[in-house]
Ligand binder design. Structure first.
Ligand SMILES: Nc1ncnc2c1ncn2[C@@H]1O[C@H](COP(=O)(O)OP(=O)(O)OP(=O)(O)O)[C@@H](O)[C@H]1O
Ligand SMILES: [Mg+2]
Length: 248
């Protein structure tokens, strides 16, 4: 799968947030986007998944040569796109495992038996060092911040998308949990030839999940691209030089 974002302009409630963004992510590649708060990273992630509030005013999002314009979130997920939310929602009364099972079935997988599904889920729960209690709980309800993040990685491991966007998968994770989550993401990525688009503020997770492509996003567009050396540069220098470049 190839995800192409071409000269994308997006408004939310009439306010322009993305301003001519270009990005190409292929299956098997790992990309990271870093950028200041409010630069539009989560907006980009939600727009790729077809959030109803994101209005594309110009440009396009293309998967394997086909525009996603007008396509529902559900259909985008079925194509093989996945978003781990920065702030997952709590859903009362929806069992976490039922949700996972339904999501798996609606992703087009009707061949995995319930028994194999449960085995897979339990394996991932063990990998992620989550408590088996989660099997009986409502989706994200009263999960701690870190538990919600792990629950989303569990979804990733069950759904096996082609390209996954992880919006701050490290936020709120303790020191050990970052390693555990990274190991699980690496395991899935290696097995399934997953394409990854990771949004993060911190280089720590990137020492475990190593990106080949690093992008700097300022004020709604990508202003610099590079490799891992760019992460070190950003850690040292911050975003100042890019922000001043913008106003020239
Ligand atoms: N409904 C809305 N109405 C007006 N502005 C909005 C709306 N939703 C988002 N924004 C604005 O869009 C901008 C981009 O937000 P977004 O969440 O994409 O940033 P971000 O890069 O993910 O930031 P962070 O690093 O803090 O997560 C912000 O200035 C935000 O206030
Ligand atoms: Mg964000």
């Amino acid at each position: 799968m190839i995800l192409e974002i071409k000269d994308l302009y997006v408004s939310i409630d009439g306010k322009e947030i993305l301003k001519g963004l270009n990005l190409v992510v292929k299956q098997g590649e790992t990309h990271v986007i870093m950028g200041p708060n409010g630069s539009g990273k989560s907006t980009l992630a939600r727009t790729i998944m077809g959030h109803p509030k994101s209005t594309v005013t110009k440009g396009d999002i293309i998967v394997d040569g086909k525009s996603l314009a007008g396509m529902t979130t559900d259909k985008r997920a079925r194509l093989g796109l996945f978003l781990q939310f920065q702030n997952p929602v709590e859903v009362e009364g929806v069992g976490f495992i039922n949700f996972l099972h339904l999501a798996k079935q609606s992703s087009g997988d009707t061949t995995t038996s319930t028994k194999d599904f449960m085995k897979e889920v339990k394996g991932s729960i063990a990998d992620l060092k989550m408590d088996e209690d989660f099997i009986g709980r409502s989706l994200n309800q009263n999960f701690s911040g870190g538990e919600k993040k792990k629950a989303e990685v569990l979804q990733l491991s069950v759904l096996k998308p082609k390209i996954a966007i992880l919006d701050e998968p490290d936020s709120g994770l303790d020191i050990d949990a970052i390693k555990i989550v990274s190991a699980e993401v690496n395991k899935i990525a290696g097995k399934e030839n997953l394409g990854l688009l990771i949004i993060t503020h911190y280089s720590r997770i990137l020492s475990f999940i190593k990106p080949q492509f690093v992008h700097v996003m300022i004020d709604g567009k990508i202003v610099a691209d590079g490799g891992q050396e760019l992460i070190e540069k950003l850690e040292k220098e911050g975003y100042d030089s890019y922000i001043s470049k913008k106003s020239v």
